[in-house]
Design a protein. Structure first.
Length: 455
């Protein structure tokens, strides 16, 4: 049988596709296509049913167009059509075939939509001075998604409740019926899903999953830093959702402007809506958190023990709750009365971590940046104006004075060499003898860090 121009063209494209696609993928999705007609640079391709048609249009159309361009050097418009059946199938046979195709499509679609943690609800989020603004913003977004603040960007240190607050919005929106399609994903899972989609040539499916969400919750968005391709993908996803008036909520361990390696166009979009910070809880809030946790666990623990935990575990809520669980478990398992001395021994590792984190390199950088009103990112930048160079040297000096970190370790924290750190330490130490303002600033910063240096 003589081949038509359409079939000849399609045969060339198939040869190219067969060399680039996995054999199973080619036989399942490309091998079933027939060339129907070629007219005015429009190639009409026939498939057996509408399921194949919609799937190929969504997932393989660009790939087929690329193949035609590669073998002919020309642009072709592709039109899919359902071929006329050669014989009448029974309704049962048609239903069975449609179900089989639907199951195959569903099986190919990975699950990128983890369930919300049932414990992360608004009523379980303890509000205090360190988080009341963030909580109020979250409530406003939950009551009016994409109207109050879009996007909502929540940042803060590890274990301060960012994920809890974000998922609590999801629970509230779901309960109020404000959105049908709620998608929560960590940035790491988003990246893995993107890589998987690239490998399986299923980017259209990946895009459809996230760009059709009514409420998109992305945890730890700072993991986008330095990953250009996923940043490009998320840029378009963000635009698609924002333009469709869909709510976007993100969490990060730092402000968007301080995420090194993040494209400026993403930074500006992340700051379009409301940016809010979760700070370390004060003593009263920590006590309230422990009281709430104790009620949830339905246990009894003496008030002085609660106060000891709240007084000494300050850095994050997760560690605070962990200390309480450990204390209660010890008392329950040993059936011995818990005293301050035994609690101190039981939590010795946690208390030691708290001491180390109090004077970490990053905490010194944050304290110096806040004192001089510059960005933390400036600490590791290549900029050298005096307004940045002096605070950077002060931070290096304090890291050397207040921590046991080596010169190379300090240099790594600033993206500088150990020689630069040594020079900064000598320069600040020498200038403090004659510069009273500098001496006062160094003393004030170290005092805020809880370990005043002798100057």
């Amino acid at each position: 049988m003589e081949k038509t121009p359409a079939s000849l063209l399609w045969s060339q494209a198939c040869s190219h596709l067969q060399s680039t696609l996995h054999a199973d993928v080619y036989s399942r999705w490309i091998g079933v296509i027939d060339a129907i007609a070629l007219s005015d640079n429009t190639l009409t391709l026939g498939v057996d049913n509408d399921f194949y048609q919609s799937w190929l249009e969504e997932n393989y159309l660009p790939l087929i167009q690329d193949a035609l361009r590669a073998v002919t050097g020309m642009e072709y418009k592709i039109v899919f059509t359902v071929k006329a059946q050669q014989f009448e199938e029974s309704p049962a046979t048609q239903l069975k075939e449609k179900r089989s195709i639907r199951e195959r499509l569903t099986a190919r679609k990975p699950d990128f939509k983890p369930a919300l943690n049932p414990k992360f609800t608004m009523d379980r989020f303890v509000v205090g001075p360190s988080n009341n603004f963030s909580h109020a913003a979250a409530m406003a977004v939950a009551e009016a998604p994409a109207r109050a603040y879009n996007p909502l960007f929540i940042y803060g240190g590890t274990g301060l409740g960012k994920t809890h607050l974000m998922q609590a919005i999801g629970h509230t929106v779901l309960a109020n019926g404000k959105a049908r399609n709620i998608c929560y994903v960590t940035c790491e899972a988003l990246l893995n899903a993107y890589i998987d989609a690239l490998q399986k040539r299923s980017l259209p499916e990946f895009r459809k999953l996230y760009r059709t969400a009514d409420l998109l919750l992305i945890d730890d968005i700072h993991f986008l830093a330095g990953k250009d391709r996923i940043q490009e993908e998320f840029f378009h996803t963000f635009n698609a959702l924002f333009d469709s008036h869909k709510q976007i909520i993100m969490t990060s361990d730092r402000p968007a402007a301080e995420i090194s390696g993040l494209e400026q166009r993403l930074v500006s979009r992340f700051e379009w809506g409301l940016v809010t910070e979760l700070e370390e809880p004060d003593f009263e809030t920590r006590m309230a958190i422990l009281q709430s946790k104790r009620q949830q666990m339905n246990v009894d623990i003496a008030q002085p023990l609660m106060s000891f935990i709240a007084q000494h575990v300050r850095s994050n809520v997760r560690r605070l709750e962990g200390a309480l669980v450990r204390a209660v478990s010890f008392a329950s398992l040993t059936r011995q009365p818990l005293t301050i001395e035994s609690l101190q021994h039981l939590l010795r590792d946690t208390l030691e971590q708290e001491k180390q984190e109090d004077i970490s390199l990053s905490s010194i950088q944050r304290a110096v940046a806040a004192h001089y009103d510059i960005r933390v990112a400036d600490m590791s930048s290549t900029q050298r104006p005096r307004s940045i160079a002096v605070p950077r040297q002060v931070a290096m000096y304090l890291c050397r004075e207040l921590t046991p970190a080596s010169l190379p370790d300090i240099g790594q924290a600033f993206d500088k060499t150990h020689a630069t750190v040594l020079h900064a330490h000598k320069a600040i130490k020498g200038r403090m003898d004659v510069d009273t303002d500098l001496r006062r600033n160094v003393h004030e910063i170290s005092r805020k860090l809880g370990k005043p240096v002798t100057v």
